[in-house]
Design a protein around this ligand. Structure first.
Ligand code: ADP
Ligand code: MG
Length: 255
């Protein structure tokens, strides 16, 4: 598979009033087309900072990030971001929110209609087109945010704890939905989470991240997500390999 993103030995500091806080230290990793990469680590270890650097909101003090061999110098449509808070335009309805990107990309009215229908269908909100977003539940809002990102047809979808604010039932449903979307659209996803099960159940690759001199401490190739795509009822969390990796990651994060 083609390599889409290349993170070359980046470091990121924050300049505070009296001192400099080093957050990302010497991170190198690659994201290939069609991968579902999960960055897993505790709160405060720098996951959002890393994601914002890939989005182009923050520039590394050292190293660089390439998308298709081009250095990332700022945000653009090639990377779509889904945050924990959906950040929709509350006075717009669902359809208007999802149409925004395709409109800015000068798509025709007919193209916009078909894009909106496609992605609202995928997040099961076709019947909600005319609803104002402030009337929706948290899970529904996040589904609109996901459809809005997909409508821009980004090369990489960056997700920063997108289900962190949702109750556990809604969260489970959203995980199933995102797995199906990833498969259906052949998406490449870079997904940040502090939840080990979430990373193991969704990813094809996990990078374990923590604070300290070395930000990424281990990488795992996994594929429980494909097992669940075939059979959503499969009890992968009870598999020996699943339990073993989970224990190993917990140990790594406790060191
Ligand atoms: P995570 O997403 O893993 O919880 P973050 O990337 O948000 O971690 O933050 C990593 C560290 O950087 C934390 O100690 C946080 O307080 C600090 N930090 C994050 N954003 C800023 C900022 N804009 N200015 C100063 N410090 C920040
Ligand atoms: Mg964060």
């Amino acid at each position: 598979m083609k390599t889409l993103l290349k993170i070359n030995n980046i470091s990121i500091d924050y300049d505070l009033e009296d001192y400099t806080l080093p957050v990302i230290n010497n991170v190198s990793l690659e994201v290939k087309e069609n991968e579902f990469v999960c960055i897993l680590g505790p709160s405060g270890c720098g996951k959002s900072t890393l994601l914002k650097a890939i989005a182009g909101f923050i520039k590394p003090i050292k190293g660089n990030i390439l998308l298709n061999d081009q250095e990332i110098i700022g945000p653009d449509r090639s990377r779509g971001v889904v945050f924990q808070e959906p950040n929709l335009l509350p006075w717009y309805n669902v359809k208007q929110n999802v149409s925004l990107g395709p409109k800015l990309a000068n798509k025709t009215q007919k193209e916009i209609e078909s894009i909106v229908d496609k992605y609202l269908g995928q997040v099961e909100l076709l019947d909600y087109k005319k609803e104002k977003v402030f009337e929706l539940s948290g899970g529904q809002k996040q589904r609109v945010a996901i459809a809005r990102t997909l409508a821009n047809n980004p090369e990489v979808i960056l997700m920063d704890e997108p289900f962190g604010a949702l109750d556990s039932f809604t969260r489970k449903k959203m995980q199933t939905m995102i797995r199906n979307l990833w498969k259906k659209n052949n998406s490449t996803i870079f997904f940040v989470t502090h939840d080990i099960d979430e990373a193991l159940l969704l990813g094809t690759k996990i990078y374990v991240m923590r604070s300290g001199k070395k930000s990424i401490v281990k990488a795992y190739d996994i594929n429980y997500t494909s097992v669940l795509l075939k059979n959503p009822k499969e009890k992968v969390v009870e598999e020996d390999s699943f339990i073993k990796i989970k224990e190993e990651i917990l140990d790594l994060l406790e060191e």
